[in-house]
Every structure is written in C-alpha cells, then in structure tokens.
Design a protein around this ligand. Structure first.
Ligand SMILES: [Zn+2]
Length: 320
C-alpha cells in the first residue's frame, strides 16, 4: 500500500438522504452507504445518526480512528470557518455547531462545508475539473448550486457567502425566488424554473402535450417530462427549454467574464439531459462573453454524478 495514501470519510448530508463514503486520497471509493434523513431533520438526531454510522464503518472495515485523516461533510446551506451551519433551509437548521458536536462524539477531525462547493472540489480532484486551477461546478437541480475552485482551492468568499451563484440577479421574472429576491438565476435555470414556466405558459392558454386532462395539474409535471416533451417537439416544452438555455448562457457568460475559468462543469439532475442543451448553451454563452467565439473556457457535463459530494467532502479534509 502506498504510504502516502490517506483515507477519509466523506459525507453528503441532504434533505432526503445522508450519503457516506470511505475514500482514498487517490479517489477510490472503498465503501459507500446511504441513510434516510430523518423527517424531523432534528440536529441532535442527525448528529447521533452520523456518529453511529461512522462507528459502524470503522468497525466493519477494522480501521482504527488514527488511520482516518478526518471526516468532511457537505451541507445544503451556509457554513462558516468554525464548522457551524449558519443556516440550512432544507434542514430547518440555524446556527448549529456541527463540527464540534461530531468531533466531541467521535474523536476524529471534522470539516464542514457547503455541499455544492465540496461537489466542485470532488470534480476538481477526480472529475470534469481535474488538471485545472480555476474552475466552476454548477449543479442544476431543484435550485442552482455552485462550487468555485480558485487557484486549486475551494473558494468560500470572505464570510463563506461568496458562491451563491444561483442568486445572481439576471433579469425580471414572473415569480419571486424563495430567497425573497426577484430575478435570481435559479428562477430561470433550474428544474423548478422549468416547471413553473411551463405552468405559466399553460395558464396563459398555450396548448401542450404536458397538459393534464383534469385541469391544470402543473404540480405533477416534472423537468424530466418537460425534456421528454421537448424531444417530442412540444412547442411549450421547447419554449421553456429555450428560455432555460438563454438565461443559463447569460449566467455562464458572466461567470466566464468574472473568473476566466478553465472549465465550467454542469452537474445535478438536469445535466443528465445535457445532450438537449449543451451545444446551444456553448454557442449562446460565447456570444455574450467579452472575449467571444475564441474564448477558451470549456463548458462540459460533470463526471462524478452522485459521488462528487462524498469524494469532495473527503478531500476537503486534506485541504489546509
Ligand atoms: Zn434567490
């Protein structure tokens, strides 16, 4: 075994599941497990759950604590340098001392970060952003998250507030973002945005194969159905997809102008339908950048899928 190789536990804590990975510093996933996030989202309950699962992993793998370099945890919310969760809306958490609570119970070093930032760190080490120094991951799901890597490090901003790219104001929209603002990028370029826009068009009387028999049950429409309908040349779905591409392209062009990254990688559930929009997105983004067609930033689909979070969280332990 390589003496320089290190072993970490990476945890991706989400609103519906908690994923655990025992990972090596070479990017191998030695073991994976997944627990359901308790419906209560109770902080103490989740701390106990994580403590138990980490003990189980160490016991079953016959790993003494001192052979683990540490535990990294990605949280869907804002964290700070002390490893506290400042707030996480999906978990209903505010000012929770996650790092110290787990360190006390486990006797292992713990680092806490934003989930999208750490997924970006995973792609940076082992996925679509490897061999870069400056790169961004945009996770296109229910919302739009981002992981920013600058000079080979996770960028947190001065107060850990700097990577809320989903809340970049990019235009006026017909509905408000759940952050309270109007015009956030994620209200144009996310699964929620697609679903809301399709419902909006249908309410205005546009006909679509997505229209339900029993009135406008737009709640039942998913982004996947919209993509499928777009493949079937449904006008409403294509209109929604075009709008999604147009605004995402503007957002990406802004990011290229600000950061001049080597790569912008697109992850999250919507990226799995990248064949529907990646080419157009590249073309439109580069019509908006300051340096145009020949702009060298590559726009690609992320590679690690659901493993980005545990890999990046694990590697975060090794970052100074
Ligand atoms: Zn917002």
């Amino acid at each position: 075994m390589d003496l320089h190789q290190k072993t970490m536990i990476g945890i991706d804590l989400g609103g519906t599941s908690i994923k655990f990975g025992l990972i090596s510093s070479e990017g191998k996933i030695l073991r994976k497990s997944k627990l359901k996030t308790p419906l209560s989202k109770d902080f103490q309950e989740i701390v106990e759950l994580i403590t138990k699962e980490v003990h189980r992993i160490l016991l079953e793998e016959k790993l003494p604590k001192n052979e683990i370099s540490g535990i990294g945890i990605g949280i869907p919310g804002v964290t700070n340098a002390k490893g506290e969760v400042v707030f996480a809306n999906n978990l209903f958490w505010k000012n929770k001392p996650l790092q110290s609570s787990l360190e006390q119970r486990l006797g292992i070093r713990v680092k806490v970060g934003n989930d999208a930032s750490l997924a970006g760190f995973g792609e940076f080490h082992f996925g679509a952003m490897r061999n870069t120094q400056n790169a961004l991951l945009l996770t296109l799901g229910t919302g739009l998250g981002a992981g920013v890597i600058i000079n080979g490090k996770v960028f947190h901003g001065s107060h850990y507030l700097g990577t809320e790219i989903g809340h970049m104001i990019i235009g006026e929209n017909f509905y408000n973002c759940n952050c309270g603002n109007n015009g956030c990028l994620e209200t144009f370029a996310s699964a929620t945005a697609l679903v809301k826009y399709v419902a909006h068009l249908m309410e205005a009387g546009e006909s679509s194969i997505l229209k339900q028999e029993e009135g406008n049950q737009q709640k039942n429409i998913t982004s996947q159905q919209i993509f499928d309908a777009a493949r079937n040349h449904d006008k409403v779905a294509i209109k929604a997809l075009d709008r999604f591409i147009r605004y995402l392209a503007m957002g990406i062009a802004n990011l290229i102008n600000i950061f001049d990254p080597e790569v912008i990688a697109l992850g999250g559930g919507l990226s799995e339908s990248g064949d529907l929009f990646l080419e157009d997105l590249r073309i439109i983004a580069k019509t908006h950048t300051y340096v145009k067609e020949e702009n060298p930033t590559e726009i690609v689909i992320a590679e690690l899928k659901n493993d980005a979070g545990i890999l990046g969280s694990g590697m975060f332990v090794l970052e100074d």
